[in-house]
Design a protein around this ligand. Sequence first.
Ligand SMILES: C[S@@+](CC[C@H](N)C(=O)[O-])C[C@H]1O[C@@H](n2cnc3c(N)ncnc32)[C@H](O)[C@@H]1O
Length: 205
Amino acid sequence: MPEPFADATVRNRQPIVEELQKLLKHSTKVLEIGSGTGQHAIWFAPRLPWLIWLSSDLPNQLPAIKKWYKDFSSENLAPPIALNVSERWAITEHDAIFSANTAHIMHMREVEHMITNGARSLPNKGLFCLYGPFIFENSWLTESNRIFHRKLQDLDRHMGLRQFDDLNQLAIAGSMELIKIKPMPANNHLIVWQKNLTSTLFERI
Ligand SMILES: C[S@@+](CC[C@H](N)C(=O)[O-])C[C@H]1O[C@@H](n2cnc3c(N)ncnc32)[C@H](O)[C@@H]1O
């Protein structure tokens, strides 16, 4: 049986890794959430050789990830782990989180758990990088994003593109500060927050 294959990862992997090479230059271990087929992991790990890449996903995705790992192993790829963002998180001692194309698939409650638990799991100065299509200032960036959102909602009314402001509020509540919004090809964005336990932003009156 061939490995499960996601076309989009082949199109977006190079622009994403170019950003990660700059963003993660001081990171030592990245937890990837919702790795899917694992194709991003096997492409990114050899291009970020100074850090450990740890993939994770729901338990039913792990066989697919392991198949890709078997054929494209890299010394800095840690064995993938089962992680449901809404359940207890394994302690993995990562200092960065990366997740691609998950926020519009997860239900909003799960997105909340991903950001809240993700923020909690990071050390001070740790990075949270979230890639995908998002809604900014309540408006559709493109007609194709609107159509994609509608398609997702027809499949499951709890799926769909998320408002950047909602995600950012969750990040702020988790003591994370927005450091970058990078427009990416095909109407996607890479949003980057940094855990900042000292910022006055989070001071409570
Ligand atoms: C569209 S795929 C994205 C896969 C990959 N990151 C990519 O960009 O090709 C969304 C992934 O989110 C995962 N996912 C959905 N709900 C999840 C949850 N509650 N916890 C962790 N992962 C979840 C799915 O299993 C799936 O692999």
